[in-house]
Design a protein around this ligand. Structure first.
Ligand SMILES: [Fe+2]
Ligand SMILES: [Fe+2]
Length: 333
């Protein structure tokens, strides 16, 4: 591509912007300026109440965690429950920060191509800044937990260098991937906070900060995808419609299912793994409920058609679409 082609592409990209979309991005950018957190200012790491004590019962997994609900876990001696709980929280934060790292790098690829005056450039660099703080906050938790966790599966870690390039090649697919990481973490963190169980203050503080900033990130991804969807070519739309549920399920598994190594380290028996992830009826409901908002978005962005619906079902993440964002899933769904 020579320089003229590049200019032409950038001009045509700029012409895709609409005033409402730009205004939303400016509002999100202002919100980032007005309310943001710093990992080492807003978390009192050295406060004695925030100390991580390996004999503290706060680290026992609650019912909000699919593993915490399982009788195998509940019947373990409490010291073992604490050990596994701490390992589990540390590993979730580790995968979380690996995702955020991918997202930051993808954002940098994407904003490199934005024309001058782009509202996407401004908003997305705010988002990357916030994600940098999250990776610091999560890594600090992992360090202080004393757990030498690896995060995602080997495959995921091997693909990590190339995944951000999709932000340049197929930004639409990339931002769906971003939601595949952000929606399950956000959903789980919100339900833990909502349940109001007796939480460790450090965990609570980290989750509060994260949920507050993720609301903007998820809001942006929805806006971006709804804005770009009408500009997709028919063939592109169809191929993406089949890929979206696969991306959702794959990345959700990366975040929520302990890897083989994690399973070994925590000593979880094979049959318990199978039931929890995701054979038990309760687990299947939990999995479907994670994606109510994404199903709504898929409807709004033309990603639902008779063939793609079958893929959603095959991935075990079909079901009713939310009517509005963060609508609580019904008990019966
Ligand atoms: Fe984050
Ligand atoms: Fe985020």
């Amino acid at each position: 591509m020579d320089e003229q082609d590049l200019d032409r592409t950038q001009e045509s990209l700029a012409s895709l912007a609409t005033p409402e979309y730009e205004a939303t991005l400016r509002a999100l950018s202002q919100a980032s300026v007005d309310r943001n957190f710093d990992a080492f200012v807003d978390v009192p790491w050295d406060d004695p109440d925030f100390r991580i004590d390996p004999s503290d019962r706060h680290w026992v997994l609650t019912e909000a965690d699919p593993l915490g609900r399982h009788p195998w876990y509940q019947n373990l001696p409490v010291e073992r429950q604490i050990e596994i709980g701490m390992w589990r929280y540390a590993n979730i934060f580790k995968v979380g920060l690996q995702f955020e790292n991918l997202l930051i790098r993808g954002i940098m690829q994407y904003v490199f191509t934005r024309p001058n005056g782009s509202a996407e450039f401004r908003y997305l660099t705010h988002e990357a800044t916030e994600e940098c703080h999250h990776t610091q906050m999560f890594q600090e938790f992992v360090n202080r937990s004393g757990q030498d966790v690896k995060g995602g599966t080997l495959l995921f870690r091997m693909l990590a260098p190339v995944l951000p390039l999709f932000a340049k090649w197929v930004p639409f697919g990339f931002f769906y991937g971003v939601l595949a990481g952000e929606e399950p973490i956000d959903h789980v963190q919100k339900s833990i906070l909502r349940a109001g169980d007796d939480m460790h203050p450090l965990l609570q503080r980290i989750m509060q900060i994260h949920v507050a900033e993720e609301a903007r990130h998820i809001g942006f991804a929805h806006q971006y995808l709804e804005h770009k969807a009408p500009r997709l070519k028919r063939g592109e739309r169809f191929v993406l419609s089949l890929l979206v549920p696969v991306i959702m399920r794959w990345l959700c598994n990366e975040i929520l299912v302990p890897s083989k190594r994690a399973q070994r380290d925590m000593g979880i028996p094979e049959d318990v793994m199978k039931q929890v992830y995701w054979d038990a009826a309760e687990s299947r409901k939990f999995l479907r409920d994670l994606f109510g908002d994404v199903r709504m978005l898929a409807e709004n962005t033309g990603m639902m058609n008779p063939v793609s619906r079958r893929v959603w079902r095959a991935m075990g993440i079909d079901g009713r679409a939310s009517r509005f964002r963060s609508e609580p899933a019904s008990a019966a769904a």
